[in-house]
Design a protein around this ligand. Structure first.
Ligand code: ZN
Ligand code: ZN
Length: 132
């Protein structure tokens, strides 16, 4: 896979991913829906060593809920940004931030038990009621 670059809406924060270690998963939990303002989040995992910040890392802000749910975001445009998951040895990368097709497919819908009532899911992608 070629290196894929990505960044926030305003361009202040930039990064590169050398390779992904998972397919794309859309999370339909209530927290992701709030954080993204949409039906779900859409992200993939990248090995820890395969992710590099290229600009703006120092300014990245974060919100941590009492439950431990964490989301990092650009202080200027509010775009949700990648975050490191030490337990998985991986970065969680929102794929909507990428500048080009990462060449990986949508593989799972997760937390569909709490999806929005108005959302219609495709039937060909596996659906998990909770997380992995
Ligand atoms: Zn930004
Ligand atoms: Zn979620």
């Amino acid at each position: 896979m070629a290196v894929v670059s990505g960044g926030c809406l305003c361009g202040k924060v930039r990064f590169e991913v050398d390779e992904f270690s998972s397919g794309i998963f859309k999370c339909h939990c209530s927290k992701c829906r709030k954080a993204f303002g949409g039906a779900s989040s859409a992200a993939a995992l990248a090995p820890s060593a395969a992710f590099t910040w290229r600009a703006g890392e120092a300014g990245v802000r974060e919100y941590r809920a009492a439950s431990g749910f964490l989301r990092r975001f650009c202080p200027d445009c509010g775009a949700i940004l990648p975050q490191h998951l030490p337990v998985y040895g991986a970065w969680w990368v929102p794929v909507g931030l990428l500048d080009a097709d990462p060449g990986i497919a949508l593989e799972h819908h997760i937390h569909v038990a709490s999806k929005a009532a108005w959302e219609v899911l495709d039937e060909r992608t596996p659906q998990l009621p909770e997380g992995f």
